[in-house]
Write a protein that binds this ligand. Structure first.
Ligand SMILES: Cc1ncc(COP(=O)(O)O)c(C=O)c1O
Length: 397
């Protein structure tokens, strides 16, 4: 009964950890979870109020397939205001989260046998989405020394005659790293030699950047606009994960192709979420900046704590709400009951089972030496989590 397409998809590698966390909690054990990919804040009030108003006003029907004209207008204005990018509302497709914008983009772009270059560590869904679309994910392993950023040479070496696209994610999930303007320009120089390669630029963490301003590849290489799909959404910056609202901005022809797929598969996202999204971009960003400041304090705390654990290497990430320490020093070591920890998956299983700390293994993101800790958690929880991490790692010998 199951198609080859469905068989090509791997289940989420984070599921084993969250299932274990649930099981341990059910048994009454204390588990601190730094495995979630969502802000621990509430959606700002003015956004919720616009959604409530929409419900009370009877705004309950289907909207236009690509999103309400007002929302797309606000997104278009936002892209101009925040990113200095010019997109007509007709070039914007609103989706059920950025995830759907990515998935439908892959379906609209990829043919059987096409390759998509994905720098690792990568967000878990990218390779799976390429598989679903019938393409071949080609991962490029970036190095800790280069703060997990793909170099222009790595990009050049990975391009073949079958390359259809390259995925960029800056700031990154899972590492929090981001590309500088110069680095993006250098990648763009490579892409200029390969006019057949498209770019999918996932900028969903754009509002969670601590030291600098967000830079899109299109800011430094506007010549790539005709083959770039910009992905963004409301989940991370506005703490709106459950509202399921994202979008893409793309060349007209591509936006139309995605819209066609969306019209047959899902139609527009929820009308109420769209009203919330309208308020998010029309209103003040004060709440977004407050959340960013809180994330920054937590990042500084967690980085400081990690620097006190022997053998753990971690650079200070400049965005998102994750740290991705290199824990290779502890791989191959044994627990006090003689169990050898062969890889990051086993390390995370050990940490949760014996020390009550849930983290996501680097294996899930294509980087065996790391693990991802999300600091979308209270300072109190982070404090305890760091104690547990230190106790767990240093107990290995
Ligand atoms: C890099 C990245 N892109 C896209 C998404 C999807 O976000 P959403 O579908 O909630 O908008 C996520 C969520 O974890 C993410 O981390």
């Amino acid at each position: 009964m199951i198609s080859k397409r469905a068989q090509s998809v791997s289940p989420s590698e984070t599921l084993a950890i969250s299932a274990k966390a649930k099981e341990l909690k059910r048994q009454g054990k204390s588990v601190i979870s730094l495995s979630a990919g969502e802000p621990d804040f509430k959606t700002p009030k003015h956004i919720c109020e616009n959604a409530i108003k929409a419900i009370n006003n009877g705004f309950h029907g289907y909207t236009m397939n690509t999103g309400t004209p007002e929302l797309r207008e606000n997104i278009s204005n936002k892209l101009q205001r925040d990113n200095n990018l010019d997109y007509d509302p007709s070039q914007i497709v609103c989706t059920n989260g950025a995830k759907q914008a990515l998935g439908f983009s892959m379906l609209a772009m990829i043919d059987e046998g096409d390759e998509v270059i994905i720098p690792a560590p990568y967000w878990v869904s990218y390779p799976q989405m390429v598989n679903v679309a019938g393409g071949t994910p080609v991962t490029v392993r970036s190095s800790f020394e280069n703060n997990y950023r793909m170099t222009p040479k790595q990009l050049e070496d990975a391009i073949t005659e079958n390359t259809k696209a390259v995925m960029l994610c800056s700031p990154s999930n899972p590492t929090g790293t981001r590309y500088t303007a110069d680095e993006l320009r250098a990648l763009a120089d490579v892409l200029n030699d390969h006019p057949e390669v498209n770019i999918i630029s996932d900028e969903i963490y754009e509002y969670i950047i601590f030291e600098d301003e967000h830079v899109s590849i299109l800011n430094v290489a506007p010549e790539l606009k005709e083959r770039t799909v910009l992905i963004n959404g409301f989940s991370k910056g506005f703490a709106m994960t459950g509202w399921r609202l994202g979008y893409l901005a793309a060349p007209q022809e591509f936006a139309d192709a995605v819209a066609k797929i969306q019209s047959q598969e899902t139609s527009a996202p929820s009308c109420i979420s769209q009203k919330a999204g309208e308020a998010a971009y029309a209103g003040s960003l004060d709440a977004v900046h407050k959340m960013r400041e809180a994330f920054k304090k937590r990042r500084d705390f967690i980085i400081n704590e990690l620097s006190n654990i022997e053998g753990v290497k971690c650079f200070k990430p400049s965005g998102a709400f994750y740290v991705f320490p290199d824990v290779s020093h502890y791989l191959g070591k044994s627990t006090d009951n003689g169990r050898t920890i062969e890889n990051s998956t086993e390390l995370c299983m050990y940490l949760i089972e014996e020390h009550g700390l849930a983290a996501v293994p680097g294996d899930a993101f294509g980087e065996p030496n790391g693990l991802r800790l999300s600091y979308a958690a209270s300072m109190e929880e982070l404090d305890k989590a760091m104690e547990r991490l230190k106790a767990g790692l240093t107990a290995l010998s």
